[in-house]
Design a protein around this ligand. Structure first.
Ligand SMILES: CCCCCCCC(=O)SCCNC(=O)CCNC(=O)[C@H](O)C(C)(C)COP(=O)(O)OP(=O)(O)OC[C@H]1O[C@@H](n2cnc3c(N)ncnc32)[C@H](O)[C@@H]1OP(=O)(O)O
Length: 233
């Protein structure tokens, strides 16, 4: 099967539907982790989800790269902004792995407001550290958009100063620090908005790459494997 983008005539409808479904999947994960359910409810959930998954696998492969390419040309405005790459993990509105970020550009800094929820809990009462790392990694990606430089994460260091609270609005604020050849150094911090407490700080080294490299990666990327015969499908 060939990779196809969503059909252009209905792309807005498809996009809106995908965003709604992404949100529903994320909400489901929090309700599932955060609430008791009877065996009957859990089995019903499994049947519905397995049925929908079995409907999707036989469809044509879908490419995410139109949105990825568009994203690279966007100038984020000052203040609150949204972006087009809905499938992007962490900040994508249609991604099952989204964190429901509210994004702001403040000068050349990026601030993401986020409230972590039940499915993000690691040690009791606090966020999983990897969720915080993913948050920083993705939000750093918007700084690359501000400085107009394609790059990959080379190193990411998080210092966890305090437990990352759930159900409380956090601000993840990140910025460019300096550049040395192809190495781009970014820094940022995570704070709790209500108390102003410092939760974590992050440093990252991104390695600049030729934007054409992304085009080559897209062109060379094989379609994902058909998993319809896997035991879970
Ligand atoms: C949708 C957008 C989301 C954006 C946010 C999320 C971003 C991501 O998740 S990116 C995905 C995760 N990261 C990756 O997959 C990267 C994997 N690594 C690679 O592909 C390669 O190692 C790559 C491209 C980073 C560097 O390879 P290459 O181009 O051959 O670099 P190379 O010539 O070895 O090194 C160039 C310089 O960078 C330095 N360097 C290379 N790799 C690293 C590294 N991992 N960390 C720090 N420095 C590094 C080298 O020391 C060298 O420095 P100097 O010029 O001072 O000698």
């Amino acid at each position: 099967m060939t990779e196809t983008a969503d059909p252009p005539p209905s792309s807005d409808d498809v996009r809106e539907s995908r965003q709604r479904a992404g949100r529903a999947i994320r909400d489901l994960s929090h309700a599932f982790i955060g609430r008791h359910a009877s065996v009957e409810q859990i089995d019903r959930l499994s049947e519905v989800l397995e049925g929908i998954t079995a409907e999707l696998w036989p469809q044509d492969h879908r490419s995410r790269f139109d949105a990825f390419d568009r994203e690279r040309d966007i100038d984020y405005p000052q203040g609150r902004f949204t972006h087009d790459f809905d499938d992007r993990p962490v900040s994508g509105t249609a991604s099952p792995y989204g964190l429901d970020l509210e994004l702001h550009r403040v000068g050349d800094e990026i601030e993401a407001l986020v409230t972590l929820r039940s499915a993000h809990e690691g040690a009791p009462g606090r966020s999983h550290g990897g969720v915080v790392a993913a948050l920083f990694d993705d939000v750093f990606g918007f700084v690359l958009g501000v400085i107009k430089q394609s790059a990959f994460t080379g190193e990411l260091t998080i210092r966890y100063h305090a437990a990352t609270p759930l159900f409380s609005e956090l601000a993840c604020r990140v910025r460019f620090d300096h550049q040395d050849g192809r190495k781009i150094y970014l820094v940022g911090e995570l704070t709790e908005r209500s108390s102003g407490n410092l939760i974590a700080t992050a440093k990252a080294t991104f390695i600049a790459v030729d934007p054409e490299m992304f085009a080559r990666l897209t062109a060379e990327r094989p379609p994902p494997p058909d998993e319809s015969s896997s035991p879970t499908a």
